[in-house]
Write a protein that binds this ligand. Structure first.
Ligand SMILES: NC(=O)c1ccc[n+]([C@@H]2O[C@H](COP(=O)([O-])OP(=O)(O)OC[C@H]3O[C@@H](n4cnc5c(N)ncnc54)[C@H](O)[C@@H]3O)[C@@H](O)[C@H]2O)c1
Length: 278
């Protein structure tokens, strides 16, 4: 049996990057998918790809910062496929970037409207349906930037930290309803959000990202789709409130070998004894 047989999923930001990869992966595993995004042409093309991969899919135009549109998006799943098992709140953007003293209140609020309000609304409107069905899985895309700070993306870091903690508080409330709430914290994944504005595009970004973590390749949208598949399936039945890190080891820490040559504070091998004896 396929891993999502008979399940129905709504995926936001599904016209591109990780959302697209997840919609296709879910289709291969038997789910019916509502592909939701602002990008109509991209979304419709993903619907075609889902169908080519043996799935059932429809496109729903939705701005995740709009309560009305999120509600309609969730209702579309029930109207079209009769139920809702998985909501994946994944839509995102870079938002307000640059020195914190230069960020306008309008840009700050726009960032939070998509990244935080979007997740809140996705959870809010999934709950009544999932509760009636006696269960469901809600997934959101957070980020390593929700677990540690990153210079230059203050609003994004704050918003993704909020996603991590909303995941936890919602998981506590909804556990007794058998509604699981988890988030994924991706490392550097080679998608248009990163390569779209990079000179040299996808190829150059692949090289840049490859060197950022112990596993020396860029993250791919499929790495995230596979985690979403696990969290959406019954295989993760006892997992809720978790922030699942998928990052090639980036957040495990810094390599001390990077510092070698510049300093001898830690010998390359052997035993570092008490400093007064050295
Ligand atoms: N790529 C990375 O390295 C990385 C790392 C950590 C987290 N993320 C997060 O992963 C998620 C997916 O991003 P991606 O890398 O696939 O980028 P992407 O740009 O390829 O995909 C994001 C999608 O979200 C859609 N979107 C943006 N605003 C929307 C809105 N208001 N309503 C509905 N749809 C909207 C876009 O149209 C796009 O299709 C985002 O939440 C992003 O913040 C990305």
């Amino acid at each position: 049996m396929r891993r999502l047989e008979n399940k129905v999923a709504v995926i936001t930001g599904a016209a591109s990057g990780m959302g697209r990869a997840t919609a296709i992966r879910f289709s291969q595993e038997g789910a019916s998918v509502v592909v939701a995004d602002l990008n109509v042409a991209g979304g419709e093309s993903v619907v075609r790809e889902c169908k080519e991969n043996g799935g059932n899919a429809v496109f729903q135009k939705a701005d995740v910062s709009s309560e009305e549109e999120v509600k309609a998006m969730i209702e579309r799943a029930v109207k079209e496929f009769g139920r809702l098992d998985i909501t994946y709140n994944n839509a995102g953007l870079g938002g307000a970037v640059g020195p914190i003293e230069n960020i306008t209140v309008a840009d700050w609020d726009k960032t939070f409207a998509v990244l935080v309000r979007g997740v809140f609304l996705g959870i809010k409107h999934s709950v009544p349906i999932m509760r009636k069905q006696r269960g469901g899985s809600i997934i959101s895309t957070a980020s390593l930037a929700g677990l540690q700070g990153y210079d230059g993306i203050h609003a994004y870091s704050g918003a993704k930290a909020a996603v991590v903690n909303i995941t936890r508080s919602a998981a506590i409330q909804l556990g007794p309803d058998r509604i699981r709430v988890n988030c994924i914290c991706p490392g550097g994944i080679n998608t248009p959000i990163l390569y779209g504005t990079t000179p040299g595009g996808e190829k150059v970004m692949e090289q840049v990202l490859a060197n950022l973590q112990p596993i020396k390749r860029a993250g791919s949208p499929l790495d995230i789709a596979n985690m979403a598949l696990f969290l959406g399936s019954d295989e993760s039945e006892w997992i809720t409130g978790a922030a699942m890190v998928v990052d090639g080891g980036a957040i495990a820490g810094e390599s001390i070998r990077l510092a070698q040559g510049a300093t001898n504070a830690i010998p390359p091998s052997g035993f570092a004894g008490p400093s007064y004896q050295r």
